[in-house]
Design a binder for this molecule. Structure first.
Ligand code: ZN
Length: 73
């Protein structure tokens, strides 16, 4: 991702600004790092140049409701 993308992307939880911490960079392309929300403190990884801005509860398996589906037969 380009660093200019920081002007566009926000925290998916509360739409606050994100702080960029770069761990891997190639010229203007940021390949790896971490985005930290300035408000809720949630962190989002940048992997292979792509920021992963899924909310934390979307990044996990939806296992909690699996045993609660009612059966009708
Ligand atoms: Zn946030």
């Amino acid at each position: 991702m380009k660093e200019s993308l920081m002007d566009i992307i926000v925290c998916p939880m509360d739409k606050s600004e994100l702080e960029l911490e770069v761990s891997e960079q190639d010229d203007e392309e940021i390949l790896g790092g971490t985005l930290t929300c300035s408000d809720c403190g949630e962190t989002y990884p940048i992997e292979d140049g792509i920021p992963n801005l899924l909310p934390p509860d979307m990044q996990e398996e939806p296992a909690t409701w699996a045993g609660e589906i009612p059966t009708f037969w």
